[in-house]
Write a protein that binds this ligand. Structure first.
Ligand SMILES: Cc1cc2nc3c(=O)[nH]c(=O)nc-3n(C[C@H](O)[C@H](O)[C@H](O)COP(=O)(O)OP(=O)(O)OC[C@H]3O[C@@H](n4cnc5c(N)ncnc54)[C@H](O)[C@@H]3O)c2cc1C
Length: 395
C-alpha cells in the first residue's frame, strides 16, 4: 500500500530507509548498550536534510509536508528508537514552536543551525508536579528590567543536555497564580487555561539554567533525557515566544502535532519488530521444520500485520488532515492511542517468536521491547489520549 505517495515522498522514505539500514542498524545495539548519544548519526542526518524536514527552505529546512516527516520518522524507528526520538523531539517539539511563533529575529537566530542539525532544540513542558496536568506548571518567569527571571524545574526533557543542545523552549507562569479547574478537563478543547502561561526560549549556557544528570531509563538509552533546573535564570524580554499568555494554547497545538510523530514512531517500531519476527521464524527450526510453518506463529504474524496496516493508515490520515489545514486533534490522538499499544504488543509477540533468544540483547527485538513502552506514556499517556478523544466526541 503506497497511499498515493508523491515521487518526493517516496524518495524521502527510501533515502531514510537506506540510511537507517546502512548507518544506524550496525551501531544501534552498541549505542544502546553504551548509552552513548549518537552525535555522528545526528551530524549525518543533518547533512542529509533530515533534522529540519517540515521547515522552510529559506532557513535550511526541507520544506516538506507532515506525511513526508511521518514517513521519515517511521523508517528511523523501524531500526532504532533512540536515534528516531532524537530527530523527532528535535523537530516536532523543539524546533516547531520557533518555526510557528518565532519572530523573524528568533527564526534567523535559531532555525538555520537547528535545521542543519548543528544544534538541537528541546521542549520543556513536563515538571515534577505537572505531567498529564501540564497546565499546572509551577515554573515562574517575572519581568525585571527588560529581562525574564526564571525559577523552577522541568522533568524528563529530551535533547536538552547534549554537547550540541542549543536551546529549550519552556512553559512558565508569567502572570496570575490563581488555580482554576484541572487543565486535563480541557485538553481536547485547546482553550486557554485560567493561569497566564507563556513560552520562553532559554539558550543552553544561560547562567542559572542547568540540565541535570541523565536518567537511567528502561529504553531509548542512546537518547538524552534529563531534569532541568532554573534558578534566577535571566533571558532577554525578547526571548518570549509568541504572544504573552498564549503558552497554554501553544503547547496543546505542539502536542497535537507531536502525536503524529510519536504515532509514526510506533508504527515504525511495530514494523521493525514484525520484520525481525518474520525473518527469524523462517530461519529457526523446531520439530523438523521452520517455526514459520506453525499456525500459532503464523497467526501472531498475521494479527500484527493486519493491525499495523490499519494503524499506519490512521497515522497517515492525521498527517494529511494537518497538511490540509483541517482539525487533526481527534485523529492524532486516536492514532497515538492505537499505535502505542500496538507497538508494545508487536514487540512482545516478536520476542515471543524469538523464544529465549528474544530475551538476549544481541537480538534487536530485545531492545525494541524495552523501547516500546514509553510510546504509551510520552507525548500524553494513553489515558490522556482517551480524554482528548472523548472531549473531541463531545463528552
Ligand atoms: C523518556 C522520556 C522522554 C520525555 N521527553 C519529554 C520532553 O522532551 N518534554 C516534555 O515536556 N516531557 C517529556 N516527557 C514527559 C512525558 O510527556 C510525561 O512523562 C507524560 O506526559 C506523563 O506525565 P507524568 O510522568 O507526570 O505522569 P502523571 O501525569 O503523573 O500520570 C501518572 C498516571 O496517572 C494517569 N493520569 C493522570 N491524570 C489522569 C486523569 N485525569 N485521568 C486518568 N488518568 C490520569 C496517567 O495517565 C498515568 O497513567 C518525557 C518522558 C519520558 C519518560
Amino acid at each position: 500500500m503506497d497511499f498515493g505517495l508523491t515521487d518526493e515522498q517516496r524518495l524521502l522514505r527510501d533515502t531514510v530507509r537506506d540510511f537507517a539500514r546502512q548507518e544506524v542498524a550496525p551501531v544501534a545495539e552498541e549505542l544502546d548498550r553504551e548509552k552513548a548519544f549518537p552525535y555522528d548519526i545526528v551530524a549525518k542526518l543533518g547533512a542529509l536534510g533530515l533534522m529540519g524536514i517540515p521547515f522552510p527552505e529559506e532557513y535550511g529546512g526541507g520544506g516538506a509536508d507532515t506525511l513526508s516527516y511521518a514517513l521519515a520518522v517511521e523508517e528511523l524507528a523501524r531500526v532504532d528508537s533512540s536515534v528516531c526520538i532524537t530527530m523527532a523531539a528535535h523537530t516536532s517539539l523543539g524546533t516547531m514552536p520557533i518555526h510557528l511563533w518565532g519572530t523573524d529575529e528568533q527564526k534567523n537566530d535559531w532555525l538555520p543551525d537547528l535545521c542543519a542539525g548543528r544544534r538541537l532544540a528541546a521542549f520543556g513542558l513536563t515538571e515534577p508536579e505537572a505531567g498529564s496536568d501540564a497546565g499546572a506548571t509551577r515554573t515562574r518567569a517575572a519581568l525585571d528590567d527588560g529581562e525574564w527571571v526564571i525559577d523552577g524545574a522541568k522533568q524528563f526533557i529530551t535533547n536538552a543536555g547534549t554537547d550540541i543542545s542549543g536551546c529549550v523552549t519552556i512553559t512558565a507562569l508569567t502572570g496570575a497564580e490563581e488555580q482554576g479547574a484541572s487543565t486535563t478537563a480541557r485538553l481536547g478543547s485547546a482553550s486557554q487555561g485560567p493561569r497566564e502561561i507563556s513560552n520562553l526560549i532559554v539558550p543552553n549556557g544561560t547562567p542559572g539554567y542547568e540540565p541535570g544528570e541523565p536518567y537511567r531509563k528502561m529504553g531509548w538509552n542512546a537518547s538524552d533525557t534529563r531534569p532541568l533546573s532554573f534558578e534566577d535564570c535571566r533571558v532577554p524580554e525578547s526571548n518570549l515566544l509568541g504572544r504573552r499568555g498564549e503558552g497554554f494554547k501553544q503547547f496543546l497545538h505542539i502536542l497535537d502535532g507531536g502525536r503524529i510523530g510519536v504515532a509514526a514512531m510506533a508504527v515504525g517500531l511495530a514494523q521493525g519488530a514484525l520484520d525481525e519476527a518474520i525473518s527469524y521464524a523462517k530461519e529457526r527450526r523446531a520439530f523438523g521444520k521452520p517455526i514459520a510453518k506453525f499456525q500459532a506463529i503464523q497467526a501472531k504474524v498475521a494479527d500484527i500485520s493486519a493491525q499495523l496496516e490499519a494503524a499506519r493508515l490512521l497515522v497517515y490520515r492525521a498527517a494529511l488532515e494537518k497538511d490540509a489545514g483541517q482539525s487533526f486533534t481527534l485523529t492524532a490522538a486516536q492514532a497515538k492511542l492505537i499505535t502505542g499499544r500496538l507497538a508494545v504488543r508487536a514487540c512482545e509477540e516478536a520476542v515471543q517468536i524469538h523464544g529465549g533468544y528474544g530475551y538476549i540483547e544481541e537480538y534487536p527485538v530485545c531492545r525494541f521491547y524495552r523501547d516500546a513502552k514509553i510510546l504509551t506514556i510520552g507525548e500524553g499517556t494513553d489515558e490522556v489520549q482517551q480524554m482528548v478523544i472523548a472531549g473531541q466526541l463531545g463528552l
